[in-house]
Design a protein around this ligand. Structure first.
Ligand code: SF4
Length: 279
C-alpha cells in the first residue's frame, strides 16, 4: 500500500467537489467502501456530503447473499496497513462520525473480530472526537468475536437482519435469521446502542414485516432502518415490489408503535444512510 495521501482542501468544497475529493482520497489510500462494492444508490449524495461507509477486511466476501453486489469468493489475507490508512483517511476527511462495515470472513478463526478491534481502537486514537458506527457480520454467532468488537467501544453496533424469516434462507444463504437475532440480543445486553436494518420488496407480506420488527425489538435493539430493495445486477434476486412512500411512512409508524426509538423508513434508506443522525 502506497504512502498515505495528505491532500487537504483549503477552500469550502461544493457537493460535486466533495464527491471527487472523497473519491480521490479513498482511491489514493486504496480503501474499500460498501458505497462502491455494494453499488449503493445513495453514493453520490453521501460522497457529495463528504462521507462514506468504509469496508474493511478486503473486498471479497466468503458469503453470497442474493441481494448483495459485493464480490464473493476466496479473500486475501487481511492487510494490517488498511487500519492505519483508514484512521488517517477519516482524519483527512474531517469526519465527525464514521461508519465502518466489512465483508464476512468465515475463512478466519475469529471471523476478523480482532482486526475490527484494532481498527476501531486506531481510528479513535487518531480521531479523538470521532463517533463510530460498526455494521458487523454475524461472526457465525461466536460470542468471543462479538465481545472483541464490543470491547473496542464503538458508539453504535449494527447488524442487519436484512429480510423476514420466511425469505432469509433463500436471500441470505449462509446466514441465519435466529442467529442474527441472537447477535443483536448479545450486543444490546452489553449496553451498546444497537441498530438493525431490513430491505423490503423481496416478496414479503406486511404481517411478516411486522413480525420481523417485533423480533428485532425483542432483542433490545432500538434503531431500525427500512429501505427498498433494488436489484444491483442480473445475478441478484429480482425486485418483487416497488413500494410507495406512503407504505414506508406506515411502516415507520408501526416501528415506533413497536417501540423503536428511531425508525428510518423510505425507499432510499440504507443502514448507514444519514447514520450520523442516530448518534
Ligand atoms: S455477508 Fe452477504 S451482505 Fe454481507 S458483504 Fe457478504 S454477501 Fe454481502
Amino acid at each position: 500500500m502506497s504512502k498515505i495521501s495528505h491532500f487537504k482542501p483549503k477552500v469550502k468544497l461544493s457537493g460535486n467537489e466533495k464527491y471527487y475529493y472523497v473519491q480521490n482520497v479513498v482511491k489514493q489510500n486504496q480503501l474499500h467502501t460498501i458505497c462502491e462494492s455494494g453499488k449503493c444508490p445513495n453514493k453520490s449524495e453521501c460522497w457529495g456530503r463528504g462521507t462514506a461507509t468504509f469496508m474493511i477486511l478486503g473486498e471479497i466476501c466468503t458469503r453470497s447473499c442474493k441481494f448483495c453486489a459485493v464480490k464473493h469468493g476466496k479473500p486475501q489475507l487481511p492487510n494490517r496497513e488498511e487500519i492505519e490508512a483508514l484512521a488517517n483517511t477519516i482524519k483527512l476527511m474531517q469526519l465527525k462520525h464514521a461508519v465502518i462495515t466489512s465483508v464476512t470472513r468465515d475463512d478466519l478463526p475469529d471471523g476478523g473480530a480482532d482486526f475490527w478491534y484494532q481498527t476501531i481502537k486506531r481510528i479513535k486514537e487518531v480521531n479523538s472526537a470521532i463517533t463510530i458506527e460498526t455494521l458487523i457480520p454475524d461472526f457465525k454467532g461466536n460470542i468471543a468475536s462479538l465481545d472483541r468488537v464490543i470491547e473496542a467501544h464503538p458508539d453504535i453496533i449494527s447488524h442487519n437482519v436484512e429480510t423476514v424469516e420466511a425469505l432469509s434462507r433463500t436471500i441470505r444463504v449462509q446466514a441465519d435469521y435466529r442467529r442474527s437475532l441472537d447477535v443483536l440480543r448479545h450486543i444490546a445486553a452489553s449496553g451498546m446502542k444497537t441498530k438493525s436494518g431490513i430491505m423490503i420488496g423481496l416478496g414479503e407480506t406486511l404481517e411478516q414485516i411486522k413480525q420481523t420488527m417485533s423480533d428485532i425489538k425483542d432483542t433490545g435493539c432500538t434503531i431500525l432502518t427500512i429501505g427498498q430493495y433494488l436489484q444491483p445486477s442480473i445475478e441478484n434476486a429480482i425486485v418483487a415490489q416497488y413500494h410507495q412512500p406512503e407504505y414506508f411512512a406506515e411502516l415507520r409508524i408501526i416501528g415506533l408503535e413497536v417501540g423503536f426509538s428511531i425508525v428510518e423508513s423510505a425507499a432510499e434508506v440504507r443502514s448507514s444512510y444519514r447514520a450520523e443522525q442516530h448518534i
